[in-house]
Design a protein around this ligand. Structure first.
Ligand SMILES: Cc1cc2nc3c(=O)[nH]c(=O)nc-3n(C[C@H](O)[C@H](O)[C@H](O)COP(=O)(O)OP(=O)(O)OC[C@H]3O[C@@H](n4cnc5c(N)ncnc54)[C@H](O)[C@@H]3O)c2cc1C
Length: 372
């Protein structure tokens, strides 16, 4: 799927690209990606600090101030190795400077339904809502088509540090029904099959559940992810460790702990980038990766992120009881359920009421969950 020559040309035209530390480099684009500086933080060419997170500046129907904007694919690459469990693509998109904050998502208008929910073209053409396309939902019901949301996997400055791009991390949805017929998710397949130079219609930014508070540069941050649930956390770590954020000359002063779950080593996402940041920031960046198909937990079962939390139970509980730590969870709902079970058990073993601690954390806007 990688149009190597075209991608190389586009990257070269885009100027020097401190795009990623791993990933593209692994794909042979290392010559275009300067080696990361010791501290990893790169100057940004514009200040996007101050103010609240923008919300739905671009949308469909009555949902946005402006109609969807056009995103242009600058780079697209399949992530992971040959034995990856899922087909995941990283897509770097030129946004023309549409503002967003870390933790938000962009919507993508599915290709076959350019008129979903009455976007500008539909409004002009007066196409009724009922004729704008439908889809079958998980309950087998026919419902109106909608934009699909994708977590933004770059900081507000984008991977080129100029505020003009965003990165998405998309898993190709494919499943087989009871009769063995293969079905493909409309939007994820569309995105994973894009080529450099293609344009897409986008909405957003949306979401306030995963935002960082104003004083995040000083806070301890715990992020727990499975699979592409890591995407919003890449936005976090790019901001904290890769951008020279205006107004923060000394950079991030807190501690960042990422617990990520994947199936096997080939399914890991952003591995090289993570290891490089970890090596450059040993006191501030902690990474725990659980690989469910290739690692076993102490009971001999598959190793999941909740097992990693259990192994560091004292530290996790101390953060839970602290006055400053922020918690973020993104990925599978069952991961979150299992983490909650482990945390409750860890607390019960030590006579700590973790439910009360989590209630307090929620009240203080320090507990953030985005699961599906
Ligand atoms: C806030 C938010 C952030 C998100 N971020 C990301 C992200 O960063 N990366 C990412 O890849 N995705 C992300 N998603 C999911 C994304 O929005 C889409 O839902 C996903 O890409 C599927 O869209 P699709 O058009 O490909 O599939 P569709 O054509 O919409 O098909 C999906 C539907 O197919 C059916 N289906 C799927 N699998 C099966 C199965 N095994 N058996 C039976 N039926 C099935 C279900 O009815 C499901 O609703 C996010 C979702 C939300 C809400």
């Amino acid at each position: 799927m990688l149009d190597f020559a075209a991608q190389t040309a586009a990257l070269a035209a885009a100027g020097p690209l401190p795009l990623v530390v791993g990933g593209l480099a692994a794909a042979g684009l290392a010559s275009l990606v300067p080696p990361p500086p010791a501290g990893l933080r790169e100057p940004v060419s514009v200040s996007l600090e101050g103010g609240k997170a923008p919300l739905n500046t671009h949308g469909v129907g009555r949902g946005g101030k402006f109609p969807p904007f056009q995103g242009k694919v600058l780079a697209i690459e399949r992530m992971g190795g040959r034995d990856a469990e899922r087909d995941v693509s990283r897509i770097v998109i030129e946004t023309g400077g549409v503002l967003f904050h870390e933790g938000q998502s962009f919507g993508v208008v599915p290709p076959s339904q350019p008129c979903i929910l009455g976007n500008a073209a539909c409004r002009t053409a007066r196409i009724p809502f009922s004729q704008q396309g439908t889809k079958i939902n998980s309950k087998g019901q026919e419902v109106p088509e909608t934009v699909r949301l994708y977590s933004i996997a770059s900081s507000r400055y984008g991977d080129r540090h100029d505020g003009k791009t965003c990165t998405l991390c998309v898993v190709r949805v494919v499943w087989r029904d009871e009769e063995g017929k293969v079905h493909r998710g409309v939007c994820s397949n569309y995105l994973c099959d894009l080529k450099v130079g293609d344009t897409i219609q986008m909405t957003g930014p949306s979401g306030t559940a995963m935002l960082l508070p104003d004083d995040h540069m000083q806070r301890r941050i715990v992020c727990v992810a499975t699979g592409t649930g890591i995407a919003p956390f890449r936005a976090f770590w790019r901001r904290l460790f890769c951008d020279q954020v205006p107004g923060h000359p000394h950079g991030y002063q807190g501690r960042f702990w990422l617990l990520a779950g994947f199936a096997n080593p080939d399914s890991e996402l952003f591995t090289e980038e993570l290891r490089t940041i970890q090596a450059a920031n040993p006191d501030r960046f902690r990474l725990d990766v659980a690989l469910s198909l290739t690692q076993t937990n102490k009971r001999g079962g598959p190793e999941y992120v909740q097992d990693r939390i259990e192994e560091s139970g004292e530290e996790f509980l101390a953060l839970l009881a602290s006055d400053d730590a922020l918690f973020y969870f993104c990925g599978l709902k069952r991961m979150y359920t299992s983490v909650m079970e482990v945390v409750e058990r860890l607390g019960a073993e030590r006579g700590i009421d973790t439910k009360a601690l989590i209630t307090k954390l929620k009240k203080e806007h320090r507990w953030h969950v985005e699961t599906a």
